[in-house]
Ligand binder design. Structure first.
Ligand code: PLP
Length: 295
């Protein structure tokens, strides 16, 4: 019952007939060395990951996260993860960490050691940052050019757009650029002016009363939190849609949210230096709903 918590995993093939995975992962001291110097995840960022929230002992959206990990593996031509094994590893980790509060559980699949025989994998749990202030106050956002046109995923699949790879250096640089410009976060645009996603979040807009998010066509991630948000909105009788969204629509939207697994929903309160309207009552209701999820 302690944090941080680390589990090393021996990935088994997706089609393995094994059902008991207890001997395929082992706990290790989080402060002890765990990776070899030749690890391609650290040398090249050549691997994929997911981060889910564990709230009061409940891991949230396990299946959508495992299925996105499997999709990222397919895009990156990594061995497709065995869903049952990852479910078992997550369940084991959750049973070994505190059952109160918000915890970020990250799981990683790397191509392994250069010329090595197998991929490496691990799972790491740490206390989540305290996001209560940003959930209540919102974020100031700038738009930044992502440098690619719409449709890039189809034209250049080797860019691995749509896979959640470990190469987040560009995403982190975009957040630093936001800070330099006196903002908190970023919304990426295509070179031809379409809204993509944030560096660590999905973008949801309310336009003329309808909730829309850019279609996860291959250039952006299909956010698990955005999907939960749409479930909530549908249950409230609201209309939701996946479609292309232009930067002009973004600027004229009634309200915009950045949503992600651990920070959850935050209102955009300023866009490119100008105040932006927010629906904080809905943000609060959304976060209450998101925090109460038990699966
Ligand atoms: N897009 C990017 C680039 C992300 O890194 C993330 C989450 O980290 C998301 C979208 C939101 O995904 P989720 O809601 O599953 O956390």
């Amino acid at each position: 019952m302690r944090l941080p918590f680390t589990l090393l995993i021996d990935p088994v093939p997706a089609d393995s007939l094994q059902h008991d995975f207890a001997d395929t992962f082992h706990e290790m001291d989080s402060s002890a060395p765990a990776l070899r110097v030749g690890e391609l995840s650290t040398q090249r960022g050549d691997g994929i990951f997911e981060t889910l929230a564990v709230v009061n002992g409940h891991p949230q959206e396990v299946e959508p996260h495992i299925s996105r990990l499997r999709n990222s593996a397919r895009i990156c031509e990594l061995p497709v993860p065995n869903a049952e094994q990852w479910r078992a590893a997550i369940a084991y980790a959750v049973s070994r960490i505190p059952q109160r509060g918000e915890i970020a559980l990250k799981f990683v699949l790397s191509r392994g050691v250069e010329h090595g025989p197998a991929p490496t994998a691990w799972l790491h749990a740490a206390a989540a940052a305290d996001f209560s202030a940003v959930r209540a106050d919102g974020v100031r956002v700038i738009t930044l050019d992502r440098g690619y046109p719409r449709g890039v995923a189809e034209k250049a699949p080797w860019l691995l757009m749509g896979a959640k790879t470990l190469s987040y250096a560009v995403n982190m640089a975009a957040i630093r650029e936001a800070h330099r410009r006196g903002a908190d976060d970023t919304i990426f645009l295509t070179t031809d002016g379409f809204v993509m996603e944030g560096p660590t979040s999905s973008v949801v807009l309310r336009i003329a009363g309808e909730y829309v998010t850019p279609a996860p066509s291959g250039a952006i991630l299909h956010g698990t939190t955005q999907q939960s948000m749409f479930d909530y909105l549908r249950a409230q009788g609201a209309s939701v849609d996946y479609r292309d969204v232009t930067v002009d629509e973004l600027r004229r939207a009634d309200a915009v949210w950045l949503v992600s697994s651990v920070r959850l929903a935050v209102s955009v309160v300023a866009l490119d230096g100008s105040d932006f309207p927010a629906d904080q009552a809905l943000t609060d209701a959304l976060n209450t709903y998101l925090l109460a999820r038990t699966a």
